[in-house]
Every structure is written in structure tokens, then in C-alpha cells.
Design a protein around this ligand. Structure first.
Ligand code: AMP
Ligand code: MG
Length: 199
């Protein structure tokens, strides 16, 4: 089968990115479209595990910058291999920017883009008020150690993600699509994502 599309799906923590990707995957399966989702954070955690280091996914972004960059590059190489081996379309679930204590780390620096060769860049967005509410919910559920942020900071992170997306678009020639994921809208957002991939 001809190589499918490589889609990089991004969104700030709590936007519902993973949920929307899974939705697209389920709908693709129902339609008989080959599509798999790879999660960048999962691969980083796996690399640490192989070294005997157990790190919670939400602690990765607090590690020293040198370690994060090494892990980022190693994960890109692993993901590039997985993309090559995949049949059909691949969505990579990741971030335009990672908010670290040292500043915004680009999730897709030039070398990562060159390894992954995306055909499409997607920004999944929601209102900052909804993102804040989801982060609190995730924290209370104990699944994620989401950083609580003021609405103003979430706005900044959303804006910065768009700016970095435009840089990634210029570097790769891949278009950027923005998909809104309002409360209760994950099915519709997943459908839109799948339509973009098929189109
Ligand atoms: P997530 O589950 O998508 O929130 O990802 C968990 C963590 O993985 C993030 O908070 C980052 O620390 C790390 N991560 C994911 N994607 C990248 C990337 N492209 N570059 C650097 N770190 C990443
Ligand atoms: Mg996620």
C-alpha cells in the first residue's frame, strides 16, 4: 500500500488532544480506513523505562533541558521508524510547545520535523476556560498531574502554539489546520480530523 499521510496533531495540555485522536482512530476503523495514532510522550516515557528510570509523563517537562532535548531527539528517531513501518495514515499526538520551567521548548524543532516529514499540521484548540476546567478535573481524577494555569497563561500558550505552528508550516510546506474541541464536541472534532486526513 502507498504510504499514507503523516499528521502531527498538537494541542496544549487539557485541550482533549488524545481524546480527539482516539475518536478519529475509532471512526477510521469503522470506515475501514487504515489509521494509527502514535503518542510522542509515550515514546519518551518508554525510552526512560528502558534505562530503568520511571518518570511520570507529566514530570518529563520539568526535567533539565539537556535531558529533555536528548529524549526528544531519541523519540523522534523511534517515531520515524514507526511511521515507516505503519500501514496507512499515522497521527502523531504531541505539542507545538512544551511549557518548561526554562521557557517554551518547541515540540517540533527543525530536526524533528525533518525526521517525521509531516504532510499536515493540526492544532486542536478549546476555550481557555474549558481547558482550565479540564485540567482541574484531570487533577482530581488523579490520572494526570496537569499544571493549573491562570486563563491569561493559557491564552498565551494557545497563541504561542499558533506562532510555532506557522514556523513549522514554513519549514515543512505542510498546511496548518485548526480544529476546535468544545465541551462535548470530541466526536465532531474527531470526524473533522479524519476528514482532513482523508482529503
Ligand atoms: P502529553 O501526554 O501529550 O501531555 O505528553 C506528555 C509529555 O511528553 C509532555 O508534557 C512533554 O513533557 C513530553 N512531550 C511530548 N511531546 C514532546 C515533544 N515533541 N518534544 C518534547 N517533549 C514532548
Ligand atoms: Mg494527551
Amino acid at each position: 500500500m502507498a504510504r499514507g499521510k503523516v499528521v502531527i496533531a498538537t494541542g496544549i495540555p487539557g485541550v482533549g488532544k488524545t481524546t480527539v485522536c482516539k475518536e478519529a482512530e475509532a471512526q477510521a476503523r469503522a470506515e475501514g480506513v487504515k489509521l494509527s495514532v502514535l503518542n510522542y510522550g509515550d515514546v519518551m516515557v518508554e525510552i526512560m523505562e528502558k534505562r530503568g528510570l520511571l518518570v511520570h509523563r507529566d514530570k518529563l517537562r520539568k526535567m533539565d533541558m539537556a535531558t529533555q532535548k536528548v529524549l526528544q531527539a531519541e523519540a523522534a528517531a523511534k517515531l520515524a521508524k514507526a511511521v515507516k513501518a505503519a500501514e496507512g495514515h499515522v497521527i502523531i499526538d504531541t505539542h507545538m510547545v512544551v511549557r518548561t520551567p526554562f521557557g517554551y521548548l518547541p515540540g517540533l524543532p527543525k530536526h524533528v520535523l525533518e525526521a517525521l516529514k509531516p504532510d499536515l499540521l493540526v492544532l486542536i484548540e478549546a476555550d481557555p476556560e474549558e481547558i482550565a476546567a479540564r485540567r482541574v478535573k484531570d487533577l482530581e481524577a488523579g490520572e494526570r498531574l496537569r499544571d493549573e494555569r491562570r486563563i491569561e497563561e493559557l491564552r498565551e500558550e494557545l497563541m504561542f502554539s499558533r506562532m510555532v505552528a506557522s514556523a513549522c508550516s514554513v519549514l515543512t510546506g505542510a498546511p496548518v489546520a485548526i480544529i476546535k474541541n468544545p465541551a462535548g464536541g470530541q466526536r465532531e472534532a474527531g470526524r473533522k480530523l479524519l476528514e482532513l486526513i482523508k482529503g
